[in-house]
Design a binder for this molecule. Structure first.
Ligand code: HEM
Length: 384
């Protein structure tokens, strides 16, 4: 078909849907699952911008979550009130009540005995901000989503994908509380397992939002990857999996405070392979609970990802006939190497707050870049 004819059809489809939305407003209200076929670009741009904004908020949430953990604030609010909890203590009496509840948990008596009210307020505000941002993201997702859905601005099947992400967000709120609960009795920190699940779900939400937003991009150019080997077409998915595994390992390091042991690099305890790697029984417990093994695994996985990223980039640079995938591979490699450098610096500096935060934010950026690279390779592969 000639381009002029295609353009005319496109404009007519657009005009048809705008006219229908204007004249059948009432009908759309009565039948909210109206969906629009692919091709109407202005709606896609609006939905896409909204998804990127929510992804930005999730990124901020990950950083505030990191600050909450690194300032040891996570256990300061000892109850879970999904709606009423949005209101912080407003009077001196309210603050005293919240403080008394905190004094009843082991973290207060073992770690923070004698803490003043103003010190308590500091940790309370971090946790409150983390939870408040979570609620805010829920609203910033749900209201525009309903609006787009009711107005018939979503592509066929897209609403269900968005709903899936929304459900995952709700689950994340629950897991967050489940994690906090693990630190309220018998221990002074949350379980490293629950911390890892909480962080991985946050990264999964971020990755899905970015994927969905990318998927609404107008097709400016049809990518080609015929010259790239099948092996390298598969590497991006492997990288995504490894980045998630590495993030889980990082959360175990953080949860066990394993970053405060072996503060040397490249050796651990003067050795490449430190002793004490497999002292727990059964053996698999070492992977999750042995401070030495957990830190060792986090290091080795970082090297593996770094080597794979460089090899993949070189292969694409030599064989790919589409510069966009080379650019996304280069971006990913740059972020991996920066993240490794940050991790080493943080370890040598005994995990200062700001470096811990930058490392956590770096991991979220890495998730975003590996999703971008996977997306470009996938779209290239399927549309070649
Ligand atoms: C691909 C590279 C890497 C990724 C994606 C990554 C990711 C992560 C993540 C997600 C966390 C958890 C943060 C949290 O829950 O607050 C973490 C923690 C940590 N990582 Fe990495 N990391 C990488 C490389 C490294 C390297 C090379 C080192 C040092 C040799 C390192 C040292 C640490 C330490 C010490 C912690 C614990 C920080 C704390 O206690 O807050 N990381 N990492």
């Amino acid at each position: 078909m000639r381009p002029a004819l295609l353009g005319r059809i496109d404009r007519e489809v657009d005009a048809h849907y705008h006219a229908r939305n204007a004249f059948l407003g009432l009908r759309i209200m009565a039948f909210p699952m109206t969906q629009r076929p692919e091709g109407s670009r202005s709606e896609d741009t609006a939905v896409r911008s909204w998804l990127f904004i929510v992804a930005g908020l999730v990124f901020a949430m990950i950083v505030v979550g990191g600050a909450t953990r690194l300032t040891d604030s996570g256990l300061s609010i000892t109850e879970w009130l999904p709606i009423l909890g949005a209101i912080p203590p407003l009077s001196d009496v309210d603050w005293q009540v919240a403080f008394e509840k905190y004094k009843a948990i082991p973290e207060y008596s073992i770690v923070n005995a004698g803490m003043s009210l103003s010190e308590f307020k500091y940790i309370y505000w971090w946790e409150w901000a983390h939870r408040f941002l979570g609620r805010f993201i829920g609203v910033a997702f749900a209201i525009p989503f309903l609006g787009f859905w009711i107005a018939g601005m979503l592509r066929p099947g897209f609403a269900w994908k968005c709903l899936g992400v929304f459900v995952l967000g709700g689950l994340q709120g629950f897991i967050g509380w489940y994690m906090v609960k693990s630190g309220l009795v018998d221990r002074v920190d949350v379980s490293q397992y629950r911390l890892a699940v909480h962080l991985l779900i946050a990264f999964a939400i971020l990755g899905l939002l970015i994927w969905l937003a990318l998927d609404l991009a107008p097709d400016t150019k049809s990518p080609r990857l015929q010259t790239v080997s099948l092996l390298h077409r598969r590497v991006p998915l492997v990288l995504v999996v490894l980045v998630f595994v590495q993030s889980g390992l990082g959360a175990l390091v953080a949860g066990l405070k394993a970053g405060l042991t072996y503060n040397t690099w490249p050796l651990m305890d003067g050795k490449v392979i430190p002793s004490g790697l497999g002292t727990m029984s059964p053996w698999f417990l070492n992977v999750f609970e042995n401070v030495t093994t957990v830190q060792f695994n986090h290091r080795v996985m970082a090297y593996a990802i770094g080597v794979l990223a460089i090899w993949h980039l070189l292969a694409l640079a030599c064989t790919a006939d589409d510069e966009r995938v080379v650019m996304s591979a280069a971006l990913f490699t740059f972020v991996v190497l920066s993240q490794m450098a940050l991790g080493i610096w943080m370890l040598l500096a005994h995990v200062p707050l700001w470096l811990g935060l930058v490392h956590q934010a770096g991991a979220a950026i890495l998730v975003a870049t590996c999703i971008l690279h996977l997306y470009r390779m996938r779209r290239s592969a399927t549309r070649a």
